[in-house]
Design a protein around this ligand. Structure first.
Ligand SMILES: [Zn+2]
Length: 80
């Protein structure tokens, strides 16, 4: 009997996790973790501090390159 309830709640938890993942996908948020962050910058190859990798899961650039990239993007948009 308790087996039935264990299985039912496990299935329920699975469904909830699926719905959550779906919501994240729709919101454009992938469930990235610090493990998905690059250890070295994809641009200048400097090591990315662990604090930054944790604060911005999935980050591929160091703070200097990210700032420069954002500035360049703004510059491009302003010119067109
Ligand atoms: Zn860099």
């Amino acid at each position: 009997m308790s087996d039935f309830f264990d299985r039912a709640s496990a299935r329920e938890a699975e469904i909830l996790a699926d719905q959550l993942a779906d919501q994240n996908r729709r919101a454009g948020l992938e469930d990235k973790t610090a493990a998905d962050s690059a250890e070295t910058c994809g641009d200048c190859l400097e090591p990315i501090p662990e604090a930054r990798r944790k604060a911005y899961p999935g980050t591929q650039l160091c703070v200097e390159c990210k700032t420069r990239q954002e500035r360049n993007e703004r510059g491009r948009r302003a010119r067109y």
